[in-house]
Design a protein around this ligand. Sequence first.
Ligand code: FMN
Length: 380
Amino acid sequence: MLPLQIGSFTPKAPVVLAPMAGVTNRAFRAMCRSYGDELVYVNEMVMSHAVVYRNDKTLTMMQFGDDESPRSLQIYGSDPDMLGRAVHQVCDEGRVDHVDLNFGCPAAKVTRKGGGAAVPAKPKLLQQIVRRAVQAAEPYGVPVTAKFRMGLWDDLRTDITTGRICADEGIGWIALHARTVEQHYSGEARWEAIGALKEAVTDIPVLGNGDIWEASDAVAMMAQTDCDGVVIGRGCLGRPWLFGDLITVLNGGEAPAPRRLGEVAEAMRRHARLLTDHYAGFGGEEHAMRDFRKHCAWYLSGYPVGPDVRRTLAQVSSLAQLDDVLGAFDPDAEIVEGGERIKRGHTNGPIKVALPEGYLDDPDELAIPDDADVMALSGG
Ligand SMILES: Cc1cc2nc3c(=O)[nH]c(=O)nc-3n(C[C@H](O)[C@H](O)[C@H](O)COP(=O)(O)O)c2cc1C
Protein backbone atom coordinates (compact mmCIF):
# COMPACT_ATOMS: atom_id res chain seq x y z
CA MET A 1 0.00 0.00 0.00
CA LEU A 2 1.35 3.43 -0.91
CA PRO A 3 1.13 6.01 1.89
CA LEU A 4 -0.87 9.22 1.54
CA GLN A 5 1.31 12.17 2.32
CA ILE A 6 1.00 15.94 2.38
CA GLY A 7 4.48 17.27 3.06
CA SER A 8 5.51 15.75 6.37
CA PHE A 9 1.90 14.94 7.31
CA THR A 10 0.75 11.32 7.17
CA PRO A 11 -2.90 10.73 8.12
CA LYS A 12 -3.78 8.38 11.00
CA ALA A 13 -5.67 6.22 8.52
CA PRO A 14 -5.84 6.39 4.70
CA VAL A 15 -9.08 8.34 4.73
CA VAL A 16 -10.08 11.52 2.91
CA LEU A 17 -13.27 13.54 3.30
CA ALA A 18 -14.70 13.98 -0.21
CA PRO A 19 -15.13 17.58 -1.24
CA MET A 20 -18.86 18.29 -1.32
CA ALA A 21 -20.13 21.62 -2.60
CA GLY A 22 -22.33 23.36 -0.05
CA VAL A 23 -21.30 20.92 2.68
CA THR A 24 -17.61 20.48 3.48
CA ASN A 25 -16.96 23.99 4.72
CA ARG A 26 -14.94 24.93 7.79
CA ALA A 27 -17.85 24.15 10.15
CA PHE A 28 -18.54 20.70 8.72
CA ARG A 29 -14.85 19.82 8.76
CA ALA A 30 -14.53 20.98 12.38
CA MET A 31 -17.31 18.56 13.29
CA CYS A 32 -15.62 15.69 11.46
CA ARG A 33 -12.22 16.57 12.95
CA SER A 34 -13.65 16.59 16.45
CA TYR A 35 -14.35 12.86 16.08
CA GLY A 36 -11.30 11.92 14.02
CA ASP A 37 -8.36 14.27 13.95
CA GLU A 38 -5.41 13.87 11.60
CA LEU A 39 -7.13 12.75 8.44
CA VAL A 40 -7.42 14.69 5.20
CA TYR A 41 -10.55 16.84 5.10
CA VAL A 42 -11.12 18.60 1.79
CA ASN A 43 -12.95 21.93 1.55
CA GLU A 44 -15.91 22.35 -0.79
CA MET A 45 -14.81 23.18 -4.31
CA VAL A 46 -14.09 26.74 -5.38
CA MET A 47 -13.94 27.99 -8.96
CA SER A 48 -10.59 29.11 -10.35
CA HIS A 49 -12.11 32.28 -11.83
CA ALA A 50 -13.71 33.17 -8.53
CA VAL A 51 -10.41 32.67 -6.70
CA VAL A 52 -8.50 34.83 -9.15
CA TYR A 53 -11.10 37.61 -9.08
CA ARG A 54 -11.52 37.36 -5.28
CA ASN A 55 -15.23 36.80 -5.26
CA ASP A 56 -16.57 37.57 -1.74
CA LYS A 57 -18.58 34.39 -1.43
CA THR A 58 -15.59 32.35 -2.55
CA LEU A 59 -13.37 33.97 0.08
CA THR A 60 -15.97 32.95 2.71
CA MET A 61 -15.93 29.44 1.29
CA MET A 62 -12.14 29.19 1.54
CA GLN A 63 -11.89 29.51 5.33
CA PHE A 64 -9.89 27.07 7.42
CA GLY A 65 -9.80 26.61 11.17
CA ASP A 66 -6.90 28.21 13.05
CA ASP A 67 -5.84 24.75 14.20
CA GLU A 68 -6.63 22.98 10.95
CA SER A 69 -3.81 21.00 9.40
CA PRO A 70 -3.49 20.10 6.63
CA ARG A 71 -5.60 22.71 4.84
CA SER A 72 -6.99 21.00 1.73
CA LEU A 73 -8.82 22.91 -0.97
CA GLN A 74 -10.52 21.58 -4.08
CA ILE A 75 -10.30 23.87 -7.08
CA TYR A 76 -12.45 23.52 -10.13
CA GLY A 77 -11.23 24.85 -13.47
CA SER A 78 -11.10 23.74 -17.07
CA ASP A 79 -9.01 26.61 -18.39
CA PRO A 80 -5.32 25.73 -17.79
CA ASP A 81 -4.23 29.36 -17.49
CA MET A 82 -6.95 30.33 -15.01
CA LEU A 83 -6.42 27.21 -12.97
CA GLY A 84 -2.67 27.80 -12.85
CA ARG A 85 -3.28 31.36 -11.67
CA ALA A 86 -5.71 30.23 -8.98
CA VAL A 87 -3.35 27.54 -7.68
CA HIS A 88 -0.45 29.99 -7.65
CA GLN A 89 -2.55 32.51 -5.74
CA VAL A 90 -3.75 30.21 -2.96
CA CYS A 91 -0.23 28.81 -2.53
CA ASP A 92 1.49 32.18 -2.65
CA GLU A 93 -0.89 33.62 -0.06
CA GLY A 94 -0.13 30.65 2.20
CA ARG A 95 -3.79 29.62 2.35
CA VAL A 96 -3.41 25.89 1.68
CA ASP A 97 -1.24 22.82 2.24
CA HIS A 98 -2.88 20.71 -0.46
CA VAL A 99 -4.85 21.32 -3.65
CA ASP A 100 -7.26 18.81 -5.16
CA LEU A 101 -8.44 19.13 -8.77
CA ASN A 102 -12.00 18.30 -9.76
CA PHE A 103 -12.43 16.41 -13.05
CA GLY A 104 -15.73 14.81 -12.07
CA CYS A 105 -18.28 17.62 -12.08
CA PRO A 106 -21.25 16.19 -14.05
CA ALA A 107 -23.45 19.32 -14.14
CA ALA A 108 -24.91 19.80 -17.62
CA LYS A 109 -24.18 23.51 -17.46
CA VAL A 110 -20.48 22.64 -17.19
CA THR A 111 -20.08 19.59 -19.43
CA ARG A 112 -22.14 21.30 -22.16
CA LYS A 113 -19.21 23.68 -22.55
CA GLY A 114 -16.62 20.89 -22.37
CA GLY A 115 -15.67 21.54 -18.75
CA GLY A 116 -15.67 19.43 -15.57
CA ALA A 117 -16.21 15.74 -16.15
CA ALA A 118 -16.04 16.28 -19.93
CA VAL A 119 -12.35 17.26 -19.75
CA PRO A 120 -10.93 13.70 -19.40
CA ALA A 121 -12.35 12.94 -22.86
CA LYS A 122 -9.74 15.45 -24.16
CA PRO A 123 -6.47 13.98 -22.82
CA LYS A 124 -4.29 16.84 -24.12
CA LEU A 125 -6.40 19.49 -22.45
CA LEU A 126 -6.42 17.43 -19.27
CA GLN A 127 -2.64 17.15 -19.41
CA GLN A 128 -2.26 20.93 -19.80
CA ILE A 129 -4.57 21.64 -16.87
CA VAL A 130 -2.76 19.19 -14.61
CA ARG A 131 0.66 20.43 -15.70
CA ARG A 132 -0.17 24.06 -15.01
CA ALA A 133 -1.57 23.24 -11.57
CA VAL A 134 1.42 21.12 -10.57
CA GLN A 135 3.89 23.73 -11.85
CA ALA A 136 2.11 26.48 -9.94
CA ALA A 137 2.11 24.52 -6.66
CA GLU A 138 5.57 23.00 -6.86
CA PRO A 139 7.65 25.99 -5.68
CA TYR A 140 5.55 26.07 -2.51
CA GLY A 141 5.86 22.34 -1.80
CA VAL A 142 2.08 21.99 -2.05
CA PRO A 143 0.99 18.60 -3.42
CA VAL A 144 -1.75 18.50 -6.05
CA THR A 145 -4.15 15.56 -6.26
CA ALA A 146 -7.03 14.77 -8.62
CA LYS A 147 -10.50 13.27 -8.41
CA PHE A 148 -12.46 11.96 -11.39
CA ARG A 149 -15.13 9.53 -12.55
CA MET A 150 -14.87 6.36 -14.67
CA GLY A 151 -15.71 8.15 -17.91
CA LEU A 152 -18.61 9.78 -19.69
CA TRP A 153 -20.46 6.49 -20.11
CA ASP A 154 -19.57 2.80 -20.31
CA ASP A 155 -18.35 2.93 -23.93
CA LEU A 156 -16.25 6.00 -23.21
CA ARG A 157 -14.12 5.10 -20.25
CA THR A 158 -11.35 7.58 -19.45
CA ASP A 159 -10.29 6.57 -15.94
CA ILE A 160 -7.09 4.71 -16.84
CA THR A 161 -5.80 7.38 -19.27
CA THR A 162 -6.68 10.10 -16.78
CA GLY A 163 -4.87 8.25 -14.01
CA ARG A 164 -1.79 7.77 -16.16
CA ILE A 165 -1.67 11.40 -17.24
CA CYS A 166 -2.01 12.51 -13.63
CA ALA A 167 0.76 10.19 -12.47
CA ASP A 168 3.09 11.29 -15.29
CA GLU A 169 2.46 14.97 -14.58
CA GLY A 170 3.36 14.79 -10.89
CA ILE A 171 -0.02 14.43 -9.19
CA GLY A 172 0.27 13.22 -5.57
CA TRP A 173 -2.67 10.79 -5.58
CA ILE A 174 -5.74 10.06 -7.65
CA ALA A 175 -9.25 9.31 -6.42
CA LEU A 176 -11.85 7.51 -8.51
CA HIS A 177 -15.58 7.95 -7.94
CA ALA A 178 -16.55 4.59 -9.40
CA ARG A 179 -19.45 5.75 -11.52
CA THR A 180 -19.65 7.23 -15.01
CA VAL A 181 -21.03 10.71 -15.59
CA GLU A 182 -24.09 9.12 -17.21
CA GLN A 183 -24.77 7.11 -14.05
CA HIS A 184 -24.62 10.30 -12.00
CA TYR A 185 -25.49 8.93 -8.52
CA SER A 186 -27.65 5.97 -9.53
CA GLY A 187 -27.03 2.31 -8.79
CA GLU A 188 -24.07 1.08 -6.82
CA ALA A 189 -20.52 2.35 -7.22
CA ARG A 190 -18.54 -0.15 -9.29
CA TRP A 191 -15.59 -0.90 -7.08
CA GLU A 192 -14.05 -3.21 -9.70
CA ALA A 193 -13.09 -0.06 -11.64
CA ILE A 194 -11.06 1.06 -8.62
CA GLY A 195 -9.22 -2.28 -8.64
CA ALA A 196 -8.50 -1.93 -12.36
CA LEU A 197 -7.17 1.61 -11.90
CA LYS A 198 -4.96 0.45 -9.05
CA GLU A 199 -3.52 -2.26 -11.31
CA ALA A 200 -2.88 0.23 -14.11
CA VAL A 201 -1.38 3.05 -12.01
CA THR A 202 1.24 1.72 -9.67
CA ASP A 203 3.48 4.73 -9.01
CA ILE A 204 1.11 6.96 -6.97
CA PRO A 205 -1.62 6.14 -4.44
CA VAL A 206 -5.03 5.27 -5.89
CA LEU A 207 -8.00 6.07 -3.67
CA GLY A 208 -11.45 4.54 -4.01
CA ASN A 209 -14.67 6.49 -3.71
CA GLY A 210 -18.32 5.56 -3.81
CA ASP A 211 -20.86 4.09 -1.41
CA ILE A 212 -18.89 3.82 1.80
CA TRP A 213 -21.67 4.21 4.36
CA GLU A 214 -20.09 2.51 7.36
CA ALA A 215 -16.51 1.88 8.44
CA SER A 216 -16.79 -1.78 7.48
CA ASP A 217 -17.42 -0.72 3.85
CA ALA A 218 -14.00 0.96 3.78
CA VAL A 219 -12.34 -2.26 4.91
CA ALA A 220 -14.28 -4.15 2.23
CA MET A 221 -13.36 -1.67 -0.50
CA MET A 222 -9.68 -1.80 0.37
CA ALA A 223 -9.70 -5.60 0.49
CA GLN A 224 -11.59 -5.95 -2.81
CA THR A 225 -9.69 -3.36 -4.81
CA ASP A 226 -6.27 -3.16 -3.15
CA CYS A 227 -6.67 0.63 -3.21
CA ASP A 228 -4.41 2.78 -1.05
CA GLY A 229 -7.15 4.68 0.73
CA VAL A 230 -10.77 5.72 0.70
CA VAL A 231 -12.69 8.91 0.04
CA ILE A 232 -15.88 9.39 2.04
CA GLY A 233 -18.76 11.48 0.71
CA ARG A 234 -22.43 10.94 1.54
CA GLY A 235 -21.78 8.39 4.29
CA CYS A 236 -20.70 11.18 6.62
CA LEU A 237 -23.70 13.45 5.96
CA GLY A 238 -25.33 13.68 9.37
CA ARG A 239 -22.70 11.20 10.64
CA PRO A 240 -19.51 13.22 11.28
CA TRP A 241 -18.40 10.55 13.79
CA LEU A 242 -17.86 8.16 10.87
CA PHE A 243 -14.27 9.44 10.66
CA GLY A 244 -13.54 8.38 14.25
CA ASP A 245 -15.06 4.98 13.47
CA LEU A 246 -12.87 4.71 10.36
CA ILE A 247 -9.69 5.41 12.30
CA THR A 248 -10.66 2.76 14.85
CA VAL A 249 -11.69 0.11 12.35
CA LEU A 250 -8.89 0.65 9.83
CA ASN A 251 -6.43 0.31 12.70
CA GLY A 252 -7.92 -3.06 13.64
CA GLY A 253 -10.52 -2.04 16.27
CA GLU A 254 -14.27 -2.56 16.51
CA ALA A 255 -16.76 0.06 15.33
CA PRO A 256 -18.74 1.56 18.21
CA ALA A 257 -22.51 1.04 18.41
CA PRO A 258 -24.65 3.48 16.39
CA ARG A 259 -25.23 6.77 18.24
CA ARG A 260 -28.41 7.34 20.19
CA LEU A 261 -30.56 10.34 19.45
CA GLY A 262 -29.23 12.35 22.43
CA GLU A 263 -25.73 12.26 20.99
CA VAL A 264 -27.05 13.18 17.55
CA ALA A 265 -28.88 16.20 19.01
CA GLU A 266 -25.71 17.33 20.76
CA ALA A 267 -23.82 17.14 17.46
CA MET A 268 -26.56 19.11 15.71
CA ARG A 269 -26.38 21.91 18.29
CA ARG A 270 -22.62 22.12 17.96
CA HIS A 271 -22.67 21.99 14.16
CA ALA A 272 -25.30 24.77 13.91
CA ARG A 273 -23.15 27.03 16.11
CA LEU A 274 -20.02 26.35 14.09
CA LEU A 275 -21.95 27.15 10.92
CA THR A 276 -23.16 30.42 12.42
CA ASP A 277 -19.52 31.36 13.14
CA HIS A 278 -18.53 30.31 9.63
CA TYR A 279 -21.09 32.65 8.07
CA ALA A 280 -20.40 35.50 10.51
CA GLY A 281 -19.41 37.83 7.66
CA PHE A 282 -21.90 36.43 5.18
CA GLY A 283 -25.45 36.41 6.51
CA GLY A 284 -24.72 35.16 10.03
CA GLU A 285 -27.23 33.06 11.96
CA GLU A 286 -30.06 33.43 9.47
CA HIS A 287 -27.96 32.23 6.54
CA ALA A 288 -26.41 29.48 8.67
CA MET A 289 -29.78 28.14 9.76
CA ARG A 290 -31.07 28.05 6.21
CA ASP A 291 -28.01 26.08 5.26
CA PHE A 292 -28.40 23.84 8.30
CA ARG A 293 -31.88 22.63 7.29
CA LYS A 294 -30.52 19.98 4.94
CA HIS A 295 -28.16 18.78 7.69
CA CYS A 296 -31.17 18.32 10.02
CA ALA A 297 -32.70 15.87 7.57
CA TRP A 298 -29.39 14.01 7.25
CA TYR A 299 -28.74 13.82 10.99
CA LEU A 300 -32.22 12.46 11.66
CA SER A 301 -32.45 9.95 8.82
CA GLY A 302 -33.24 6.58 10.37
CA TYR A 303 -34.23 7.95 13.79
CA PRO A 304 -37.79 7.80 15.17
CA VAL A 305 -38.66 11.47 14.79
CA GLY A 306 -42.15 12.40 13.64
CA PRO A 307 -43.11 14.27 10.47
CA ASP A 308 -44.20 17.42 12.31
CA VAL A 309 -40.77 17.80 13.93
CA ARG A 310 -39.06 17.16 10.61
CA ARG A 311 -41.25 19.80 8.94
CA THR A 312 -40.36 22.32 11.65
CA LEU A 313 -36.65 21.60 11.23
CA ALA A 314 -36.97 21.91 7.45
CA GLN A 315 -37.83 25.57 8.11
CA VAL A 316 -35.75 26.23 11.21
CA SER A 317 -34.56 29.82 11.32
CA SER A 318 -32.69 30.36 14.61
CA LEU A 319 -30.41 28.59 17.03
CA ALA A 320 -32.96 29.13 19.81
CA GLN A 321 -35.68 27.42 17.79
CA LEU A 322 -33.33 24.54 17.01
CA ASP A 323 -32.49 24.11 20.71
CA ASP A 324 -36.21 24.06 21.58
CA VAL A 325 -36.98 21.32 19.10
CA LEU A 326 -33.94 19.22 20.02
CA GLY A 327 -34.75 19.61 23.74
CA ALA A 328 -37.92 17.57 23.27
CA PHE A 329 -36.10 14.54 21.76
CA ASP A 330 -35.87 11.20 23.58
CA PRO A 331 -32.09 10.95 24.09
CA ASP A 332 -32.20 7.15 24.29
CA ALA A 333 -33.96 6.63 20.97
CA GLU A 334 -32.03 4.39 18.58
CA ILE A 335 -31.55 4.39 14.83
CA VAL A 336 -33.56 1.80 12.88
CA GLU A 337 -31.77 -1.34 11.75
CA GLY A 338 -29.74 -0.43 8.63
CA GLY A 339 -30.35 3.29 9.21
CA GLU A 340 -26.70 4.19 8.63
CA ARG A 341 -27.09 3.00 5.03
CA ILE A 342 -30.06 5.17 4.13
CA LYS A 343 -28.92 7.09 1.04
CA ARG A 344 -28.45 10.78 1.65
CA GLY A 345 -27.29 13.69 -0.45
CA HIS A 346 -27.52 13.08 -4.19
CA THR A 347 -29.19 9.87 -5.33
CA ASN A 348 -30.53 10.69 -8.78
CA GLY A 349 -29.56 9.35 -12.19
CA PRO A 350 -28.89 8.18 -14.78
CA ILE A 351 -28.63 11.43 -16.74
CA LYS A 352 -28.22 12.34 -20.38
CA VAL A 353 -24.68 13.72 -20.70
CA ALA A 354 -24.61 17.17 -22.29
CA LEU A 355 -21.58 17.93 -24.49
CA PRO A 356 -20.72 20.63 -27.02
CA GLU A 357 -21.68 19.88 -30.63
CA GLY A 358 -19.05 17.60 -32.22
CA TYR A 359 -17.11 17.41 -28.94
CA LEU A 360 -15.99 13.82 -29.40
CA ASP A 361 -14.94 14.14 -33.06
CA ASP A 362 -11.34 15.05 -32.25
CA PRO A 363 -9.98 14.09 -28.82
CA ASP A 364 -6.80 16.10 -29.48
CA GLU A 365 -8.64 19.35 -30.10
CA LEU A 366 -7.62 21.94 -27.55
CA ALA A 367 -10.58 24.33 -27.31
CA ILE A 368 -10.56 25.77 -23.81
CA PRO A 369 -13.90 25.36 -22.04
CA ASP A 370 -15.41 28.59 -20.81
CA ASP A 371 -16.23 28.08 -17.16
CA ALA A 372 -16.41 31.68 -16.09
CA ASP A 373 -20.03 31.34 -15.00
CA VAL A 374 -19.71 28.05 -13.18
CA MET A 375 -20.80 29.25 -9.75
CA ALA A 376 -23.09 27.60 -7.22
CA LEU A 377 -22.84 24.08 -8.57
CA SER A 378 -22.67 20.90 -6.65
CA GLY A 379 -19.60 19.55 -8.15
CA GLY A 380 -18.78 15.88 -8.43
C1 FMN B 1 -23.86 17.38 -2.01
C2 FMN B 1 -22.69 16.86 -2.81
C3 FMN B 1 -21.78 17.77 -3.33
C4 FMN B 1 -20.67 17.31 -4.06
N1 FMN B 1 -19.74 18.19 -4.49
C5 FMN B 1 -18.58 17.75 -5.03
C6 FMN B 1 -17.52 18.64 -5.34
O1 FMN B 1 -17.62 19.85 -5.13
N2 FMN B 1 -16.37 18.12 -5.88
C7 FMN B 1 -16.22 16.78 -6.13
O2 FMN B 1 -15.17 16.36 -6.60
N3 FMN B 1 -17.22 15.92 -5.84
C8 FMN B 1 -18.37 16.37 -5.29
N4 FMN B 1 -19.35 15.48 -4.94
C9 FMN B 1 -19.12 14.06 -5.16
C10 FMN B 1 -18.47 13.41 -3.92
O3 FMN B 1 -17.22 14.00 -3.65
C11 FMN B 1 -18.31 11.89 -4.11
O4 FMN B 1 -17.45 11.67 -5.20
C12 FMN B 1 -19.63 11.19 -4.38
O5 FMN B 1 -20.63 11.63 -3.50
C13 FMN B 1 -19.49 9.67 -4.29
O6 FMN B 1 -19.01 9.28 -3.03
P1 FMN B 1 -19.98 8.76 -1.84
O7 FMN B 1 -20.74 7.58 -2.39
O8 FMN B 1 -19.07 8.45 -0.71
O9 FMN B 1 -20.92 9.88 -1.58
C14 FMN B 1 -20.49 15.92 -4.27
C15 FMN B 1 -21.42 15.03 -3.75
C16 FMN B 1 -22.51 15.47 -3.03
C17 FMN B 1 -23.47 14.47 -2.45
